[in-house]
Design a protein. Sequence first.
Length: 399
Amino acid sequence: MLSGKRILLGITGSISAYKSLQILRDLCAEGAEVDVVLTESAQRFVPALTLQVFSGRPVHTDLFENRNEMAHLTLAQSADLVLIAPVTAHFISKMAMGLSDDLLSSLLLSTSAPVMIAPAMDIGMWTHPSVEHNVSLLKKRGVHVIGPEIGLLASGKVGMGRFADERKIVSHVSSYFSEDQPSLEGEVVLVTAGPTEEPIDPVRFISNRSSGKMGYALAEVAKKWGAQVILVSGPTALPFPDDVACFSVRTAHEMKTEVDRHIPSASIVVMAAAVSDYRPRVRSEKKIKKSGSNYQMALEETEDILAGRPEGTGRQVVVGFAAETDQLLENAQKKLQDKRLDLIVANDIMQEGAGFDVETNIVQIIDAKGKITPYPKMTKHRIAGYILKEALAIKSSLS
Ligand code: CTP
């Protein structure tokens, strides 16, 4: 919750600016007091009046709006956090240069509050060397960069540059303030994420709809809480989290090799990957051609990475996932026992807002004693926090 927190929401001139209305509403719903500052070009995309109605406070656009006080100083000093969402390539350059030719850029030079930016731009701009340079400069200065993501861009192209999901941005802000943030200092957290792909021939494969978002959220939160994080990821469209040791794999076999290599040193293991259960028994070296009749393919089971894991060197807390369509709790409890887990995260993927390729999930966490904790629908980042907290509580009870 953000009760009592004063957030300064800066909006710059991107087509994604309309999405900042939802961010504003969500921040207010979490109890924050939000001061909105619009740049001149942002005003072409979102009217100040709309933002004023949603925030219930005056919206600021002008460095010289109040002759009796310096707006940039008052706003800069009262903010607990500055969030600029969306931020354009142009504004990123201004920040990197330290320019101060408008209200938002001026207050950034005066504030001592943490600054988060959520970039939104076309792929060509995001990958331009000057933008890359400026973003890495800002990161070095401690600016938190949220996204961007890969997806459909305003230009019609698909690629990196899409404004991060609004709920993800708000969840970054609220988790920054979460007072009971535990410490994972000294823990080595191994996370698996995403689907696996089992090749049929050079162009086809068996896979599933896992986006990797849950696993990546776990890796990001564990990193933020001070753990050393190892992420073994199947193919996803997500950028690797900063300061996490990331290993890309494709097949279940490759994932097993990588997990077996790292698992002995891990103190907390969270297997969020949706591993293919079957692979073609034979992989065709050449593209399989149409033959004019039905085609049958023999499948064999892949290795169960979790069940067949090697022992850790110290006592580990091992967490599995069970994405089910029916008999959720029975199936999840069976997996917990069969795979010798400390916790299992069960989710019914038939529920709206749960499961693959959405930003939210609805889970129940079951422990080895049979205690079931249900959680309401929430972002995958918040769920990641609860999973890691439960894992840490077990870890602390062991030592
Ligand atoms: N898992 C694994 N290796 C596999 C299959 C699953 O490590 N080959 C892990 C998953 O990462 C997850 C847990 O085991 O943490 C449960 O995965 P799930 O696919 O739900 O279970 P399965 O045992 O494959 O059972 P089923 O698909 O029949 O429900």
